[in-house]
Design a protein around this ligand. Structure first.
Ligand code: COA
Length: 694
């Protein structure tokens, strides 16, 4: 049996804090459980005894048999007091009660979970609105009473939004397999809930509302195990800066950087909706449509203008408009008026009535090389709408072999038709852009996911470890530039020759070995911005200049940063110009090690044109990551320039990903710049930090 089976399919339920007073949460919960047709045992618990809605009330949990779930609806301080007694009787507690970590009562929440876990009881919440599960069926929430059974599971961190969603879903006639509120996630998190839903036969699409993820890694690992036939759509709050602050104060959860969330979801093949509206449109379309068998989309319309808008939207979302004129002509010739157009969008013109529209749809459904249909209809102002609705519904149900999404544009009549189609489980929209966006989502969730492949990188691990240990010994958490470079070299990156020198003689000797021109930089943990203090000299052409540069660097640094400990000078080959890029790695509070890529200078500093991935990253994903930045064309070569060595960047990011994954201690690194040529890439400068050791 699955671990969470008893939570989603309980045989018995106790309500601790069941209330005699209508309108109170402890009363509504009992009422909803009864009216959902729950077949198991129900034990209302309240020290006052008596009866609630015809059920005998027990004065204490001790009086009842063991139960699968106990709903807790008493105030926070009582909840903490009684949780241990509950834990002796129940497998799961659903703690509806608020007043825990979300308002700073961290201690209370900790106690609640500790006392529950002492007896093996798991906790959902606290600060949740309950659970609905179609399997039982049970509506153990204090939200709306009526929930329709279906194949969409909603998992929501926000209670209020979850409740609103039940209402909305009911209005839209969307059926649910489950709705789970996870609130403060003090014990059970989306990770376990997802692993249950992946095995739940009733669930086809999972709609996840997340505010923050503390266990991003675990989440990604479970998301990657998603069965092929199920889809996840996520709506994460906190995209804008203001939104992010609201989240932080809302559930007290630690939201990581939004760009990293985006990247991580993409990497795990989870589609992220921008708005609740999009999210709902997407899940309902996915839940009610078969997967497309190919890329060919056909737009059938009675209005040219609407067709053009749809075609533009298809282009924006990267959907492929089928353009084989021969097939299109063959398919639609019988239904096309003389002045109609075979060019996709198929415009059967405003003259077409219900019958012509029906035939055009039938043709589109019957032609195998058409894989998805966007059916558009502009209200004509006569009484044809019902005919159109029947045509759409009947043809849709008769075939059902490919995705078909309907847009009806018009007034009140059109709205009625849309509602009526939705009621029948047919994806229908009033805005053509919504329909196209939903079709895009459908394609996206059915995209084939490639297997992640990692090949070993040969690294001189011993050397890397030695450098790190040396820094720890000296209680340094920022590595010196030559140490960072040494590590990168040992990890297989292309670092041109460099030396760490402590005297003019050594400097001259090294420069001669490297060959001119060379660059010299001060090495000191106390100096971060080396150029600003006169710690860098470039384009050194001969021995005399080496000596002068050495003296100048020493003098400048001693004068400008008298307190800094100057260790010496790094001397390296002066490199030819190329495209300057940055590769970085950092530790995200939610996802752990992540890597970053961008073009150097203004592209990263001003335009923040960077992309992220959770490390380690397979090479295919790195190629996508590089293409994602807006300045990508500069790497492909603009204005007659040749394409740069993009594979060289891929290889470098790959090695950085492997390095930071293998060496937990490396908390941050920056290769800035990595110069990219037509052939080859070179590490010019590097910074690296290691974690503080406790
Ligand atoms: N065992 C069982 N029942 C007990 C009890 C105990 N030890 N001690 C008291 N009760 C009873 C009370 O007598 C009362 O029943 P009654 O109405 O028949 O008298 C019932 O439990 C509820 O207690 P009460 O003190 O009236 O609390 P309340 O109903 O005003 O509030 C909560 C309780 C849980 C609803 C409230 O504390 C809360 O957290 N509200 C917010 C819920 C929320 O929004 N959650 C998040 C949603 S997303």
């Amino acid at each position: 049996m699955q671990e969470l089976e008893a939570l989603f399919n309980p045989k018995s339920v106790a309500i601790v804090g069941a209330s005699h007073h209508e309108g109170k949460i402890g009363h509504t919960v009992v009422k909803n459980i009864i009216s959902s047709g729950y077949k198991g045992k129900i034990y209302p618990i309240n020290p006052k005894g008596g009866e609630i809605l015809g059920l005998k009330v027990y004065r204490s949990i001790e009086e009842v048999d063991n139960v699968d779930i106990a709903l807790i609806v008493v105030p926070a301080h009582i909840a903490v007091e009684i949780i241990e007694d509950v834990a002796k009787k129940a497998k799961f507690a659903i703690v509806i009660t608020s007043g825990f970590s979300e308002v700073g009562n961290i201690e209370g929440e900790k106690k609640l979970v500790e006392n529950a876990r002492k007896h093996g009881m798991r906790v959902l919440g606290p600060n949740v609105f309950g659970i609905y599960s179609a399997k039982a069926p049970i509506n153990a929430t204090f939200g709306p009473e009526k929930i329709r059974k279906g194949n969409i599971a909603v998992v929501s961190q926000s209670g209020a939004l979850g409740i609103a969603m039940i209402g909305r879903v009911a209005e839209e006639n969307i059926g649910l397999s489950a709705i789970v509120s996870i609130g403060n996630k003090a014990d059970l998190t989306e990770v376990e809930i997802l692993s249950y839903l992946f095995k739940d036969d009733l669930t086809k699409v999972i709609f996840l509302y997340i505010e923050g993820l503390e266990n991003g890694r675990e989440f990604l690992n479970i998301a990657k195990k998603k069965p092929k036939e199920k889809s996840i759509i996520v709506l994460k709050a906190g995209r804008s800066k203001a939104g992010a602050r609201a989240v932080a104060s809302h559930t007290g959860s630690l939201a990581g950087s939004d760009a990293i969330f985006d990247a991580a979801f993409r990497q795990a093949g989870i589609l992220r909706a921008e708005s609740l509206e999009d999210g709902l449109n997407w899940v309902t379309t996915i839940a009610s449509s078969p997967p497309p068998k190919g890329k060919n989309v056909v737009i059938v319309t009675n209005g040219g203008g609407l067709g053009v808008i749809a075609a533009d939207a298809c282009e924006k979302y990267g959907l492929h408009l089928f353009n084989d004129m021969e097939v299109l002509r063959k398919t639609f010739q019988d239904v096309m008026p003389e002045f109609g157009s075979y060019k996709n969008p198929i415009d059967i013109t405003g003259q077409a009535g219900g019958e012509e529209y029906r035939q055009a749809l039938e043709k589109a459904f019957s032609e195998d090389s058409i894989h998805a249909i966007l059916a558009l209809y502009c209200e004509r102002g006569d009484a044809e709408l019902e005919e159109i609705r029947d045509a759409m519904a009947e043809v849709h149900k008769k075939y059902g072999n490919k995705p078909a999404l309907y847009t009806i544009f018009g007034g009140e009549g059109a709205t009625h038709i849309i509602q009526s189609l939705k009621k029948q489980g047919i994806p229908a929209f009033s805005d053509v852009e919504d329909a196209v966006s939903a079709l895009y989502a459908l394609y996206k969730v059915h995209e084939k996911k490639e297997e992640e492949k990692f090949e070993e990188v040969e690294m001189n691990e011993e050397k890397i470890r030695k450098i790190i240990e040396e820094a720890y010994k000296e209680r340094r958490h920022r590595l010196l530039s030559h140490e960072a470079k040494e590590i990168l070299l040992s990890a297989g990156l292309d670092v041109p020759p460099f030396y760490f020198v402590k005297s003019i003689e050594e400097a001259i000797d090294s420069a001669n070995k490297i060959g001119y021109p060379v660059a010299m930089k001060v090495v000191s943990e106390g100096i971060i911005h080396k150029t600003d203090v006169g710690g860098v000299v470039l384009n050194i052409e001969n021995e005399r200049e080496v000596a002068e540069a050495y003296e100048a660097i020493m003098e400048n640094c001693k004068r400008n940063v008298p307190k800094a400990r100057i260790r010496g000078v790094e001397i390296s080959k002066m490199l030819e110009k190329g495209v300057e890029t940055i590769i970085g790695a950092t530790t995200d509070i939610s996802f752990g090690k992540v890597v970053m890529f961008g073009l150097g200078g203004i592209y990263v500093e001003v335009m923040k044109d960077v992309s992220f991935r959770v490390a380690p990253v397979p090479k295919k994903e790195i190629r996508r990551m590089i293409r994602e930045i807006e300045s990508y064309p500069l790497l492909e070569g603009v204005r007659g320039e040749k394409r740069k060595d993009i594979e060289g960047i891929v290889d470098s990011i790959y090695k950085v990903g492997m390095l930071v994954s293998k060496f937990e201690e490396i908390s941050e690194l920056d290769i800035n710049p990595l110069i990219v040529y037509e052939k080859g890439v070179k590490v010019v400068d590097a910074r690296m930090s290691i974690k503080v050791r406790k």
